[in-house]
Design a protein around this ligand. Structure first.
Ligand SMILES: [Mg+2]
Length: 246
């Protein structure tokens, strides 16, 4: 890249996970512990964590042990969950810097929207799984964003990252769990906690550890102020390999 283009405005994009990242707890799991048979739900969640079940298999198993309940009842329960309060700072920061933020979740849209509405946060695009009511007495999951080749996740976050960012843009990923491991590797700056952090440490993927969004915003302020910013080479390679596969 030519030095003469340094003055061109940098474009950033922020991809952020929802459960356990924006919210303190995993709402997806809590729904089934509350409205399903708790012991069975616990056993299924363990198997998902141990990767004995794919995400779609896991969700389907959880919906099987769900007692009759409406999306309305689920929504009321969801309203009791807290978010990381500093997420508001990130929302403001991204608005001030005109950076688009996109939520990528292997959970469900109805509870993400419920929480964002409660917090008066608008204008963030969401890619996630969905629920429908089809007259069976309990909601059913639908997975509009599965990848044809990879069955690990119900919602392929990697595809959203790649489809929603150009090669010249600086991509930022913030996450905490197993569904973040793959998409984060396609991004230039990774903010990681919990199992995503463990993966980055083990595989020597460059990342910033964080506890809450205050840490993220502080680091982003430093990065955005830098005269020169380098894209992460391994992320560029990952993207190139993906394009080759078509
Ligand atoms: Mg998560």
């Amino acid at each position: 890249m030519s030095v003469g283009f340094e003055h061109v405005k940098r474009v950033y994009k922020i991809f952020v996970d929802f459960d356990g990242t924006i919210t303190k707890q995993d709402i997806g799991e809590q729904l089934f512990l509350q409205f399903g048979e708790t012991e069975k739900a616990e056993a299924i969640i363990k198997r998902i964590s141990a990767r004995e079940l794919t995400s779609v298999e896991g969700w389907k198993a959880l919906f099987e042990i769900l007692n009759p309940v409406s999306i309305n009842e689920l929504t009321n329960f969801v309203r009791s969950f807290e978010i990381d309060e500093a997420f508001h700072r990130l929302v403001l920061f991204s608005q001030e810097h005109q950076v688009e933020m996109i939520i990528l979740s292997d959970g469900f849209e109805f509870y993400i929207k419920t929480i964002l509405e409660r917090e008066n946060i608008a204008g963030i695009r969401i890619f996630s799984n969905r629920l429908i009511e089809n007259g069976t007495g309990k909601p059913q999951p639908v997975f509009p964003y599965r990848d044809e080749e990879c069955k690990d996740c119900a919602n392929c976050k990697r595809n959203h990252v790649v489809e929603n960012s150009g090669d010249d843009e600086f991509t930022i990923y913030i996450g905490n769990g197993s569904s973040d491991v793959c998409p984060a590797q396609y991004c230039d700056f990774i903010f990681a906690k919990d199992s995503l952090r463990k993966f980055c440490e083990k595989e020597k993927v460059t990342f910033f550890p964080y506890d809450n969004f205050n840490d993220v915003v502080s680091k982003l302020e430093t990065l955005f102020a830098k005269k020169r910013l380098k894209k992460r080479h391994q992320a560029e390679l990952k993207r190139k390999n993906l394009y080759k596969l078509g």
